[in-house]
Ligand binder design. Structure first.
Ligand code: SAM
Ligand code: SF4
Length: 464
């Protein structure tokens, strides 16, 4: 069965077979990708083998075009919330690993989770990714469910967290049902590496050492009613060409078996972490050029799957990557439990890994707006039931524009009115005006204008 998900022999053969594709063969593949129907594994392998700067640049140009056609200039914004750094696994790359005795362990109480939520909402966030280590006592499904409830319970006159995605270790079907019941959005889980031998080396003990449990987690989540899934690879553990092909195989397998592929793909790269040998000495380091190329290839291979980039990467690289296919970014992130408090807890010895982009949310929003991107806090799809198979039915014919653009503008407007600095507000208001002028469909423009006007007049949380 596992060979059906990831067939190593096939992947390595494809990498070998496509090593010497000619320039014209590669251009045929790029042109096919521009039709936004995705690529076969063999075609993806051929693109991964591209070495020349000219063809790499053509791949990036195509990724930019596809991204603009499907996602427009919107970038969805979220922040992670770490609720515990207790963990019984010993992943060689992670600061939370159980053998890291120098890490200060902390599990937030429900009151502290509410306080972190309030800090995030006061920054202007609307979407949270709840993250924790794996621990039967501190991070079990009941705790995660209670934490989700606590986040959703916090409201002030203007704002609340409207969508919680979770990144937690694989659960049983019953436990997945418990967290689904609380109204989670995406269940995100990274395979880390699809290469079994490397997987076993990197996860020497604890429940995570079981490759099968991890690779079958999405099917379990799906059978518990979670149809919004987020996949990912931790780049740097093994050869990136293999990892990209394996991840695409996993997506294909899910489409075939449960009828829906991942809604998002995350592309974390290993960052420095306290007492984590594989983070200090990355087994397969990927330089920035290769990283940009692989993100662009993912955009070509699965055009309708969101690509998520975290603050692991620097401001400079993030600026380049959002042109190449990234559709969601985190901003103002802290990777330690209680990290949003202004207190002594903001210490490196409580963090999972070191972030590369330290800017505040407002600085990120200003920068995006100055560069013509619409920061979106939209949660419309999830709340109108446009997820999973329904979501695919909407996105595939490209109807996403009809909902996403007006909704993005409205949530951006909310941010500008309620939380932005004056400078960001001025830049943002000008951007909204110019975006409204770009609408070609009069009715859609009128509808967006009306929603924005209602927001200006004090209404909140309007979406279509
Ligand atoms: N503990 C759960 C698990 O491992 O699935 C869920 C959360 S874990 C805190 C989230 C992700 O952080 C991991 O899946 C891994 O890909 C990533 N991560 C761990 N160490 C990292 C590092 N040093 N640099 C970048 N990302 C890292
Ligand atoms: Fe624990 Fe997850 Fe870190 Fe592994 S990656 S040590 S499971 S928190």
């Amino acid at each position: 069965m596992f060979k059906e998900i990831i067939n190593d022999e096939k992947i390595f053969t494809l990498i070998e077979e496509t090593k010497d594709y000619s320039v014209s063969e590669i251009r045929v593949i790029i042109n096919k990708a521009l039709q936004k129907k995705g690529l076969s594994l063999k075609e993806v392998a051929a693109l991964l083998n591209v070495k020349t700067p000219e063809l790499t640049s053509e791949i990036k140009t195509a990724a930019k075009k596809i991204k603009e056609e499907i996602y427009g200039n919107r970038i969805v914004i979220f922040a992670p919330m770490y609720v515990t750094n207790e963990c019984i696994n010993d992943c060689l790359y992670c600061g939370f690993r159980c053998s890291n005795k120098e890490l200060k362990r902390r599990t937030l109480s429900i009151d502290e989770i509410k306080e972190e939520t309030n800090l995030l909402t006061r920054m202007g966030h609307k979407r949270v990714l709840l993250v924790c280590g794996e621990h039967p006592k501190y991070a079990n499904a009941d705790f995660v469910a209670e934490a989700v409830r606590a986040v959703y319970s916090q409201k002030d006159s203007k704002n609340q967290i409207r969508r919680i995605n979770v990144n937690v270790a694989p659960l049983s079907v019953d436990d997945f049902k418990k967290i689904k019941k609380e109204g989670i959005g995406t269940y995100q889980m990274f395979q880390e590496t699809y290469h079994r031998e490397t997987y076993e080396k990197m996860h020497p003990s604890g429940p995570k050492s079981n490759y099968e449990t991890r690779i079958t987690a999405f099917e379990k989540a799906f059978s518990a009613g979670i149809d919004d899934l987020g996949a990912g690879v931790l780049f740097g553990l093994f050869d990136y060409k293999y990892e990209v092909l394996a991840m695409i195989s996993h997506c294909e397998y899910l489409e075939k078996t449960i009828g829906v592929g991942p809604h998002t793909i995350s592309v974390p790269r290993i960052e420095p972490a306290l007492n984590a040998p594989a983070a200090g000495n990355v087994p397969y380091p990927i330089d920035d050029e290769e990283f940009m190329k692989l993100v662009a290839i993912i955009r070509l291979a699965v055009p309708y799957t969101g690509i998520i980039l975290s603050t692991r990467e620097t401001q400079q690289l993030r600026a380049k990557l959002i042109h190449l296919g990234v559709s969601q970014v985190s901003a103002g992130s802290k990777t330690n439990p209680g990290g949003y408090e202004e207190s002594e807890h903001n210490m490196p010895d409580e963090q999972q890994f070191a972030v590369g982009d330290f800017r505040t949310l407002d600085e990120v929003i200003k920068d995006l707006s100055q560069n013509g991107f619409i920061p979106s806090f939209c949660t419309g799809c999830y709340r109108t039931g446009r997820t999973g198979i329904d979501f695919m039915a909407i996105t595939k014919p490209g109807l996403i524009q009809e909902f996403c653009h007006p909704n993005a503008l409205v949530t951006f407007k909310e941010y500008l009115l309620d939380y932005a600095s004056e400078e960001t507000r001025n830049i943002g208001e000008a951007l909204i005006r110019s975006e409204l002028e770009k609408f070609t469909n009069n009715e859609a423009r009128k509808n967006a204008e009306k929603m924005i006007e209602r927001t200006q007049n004090g209404e909140r949380d309007i979406f279509c």
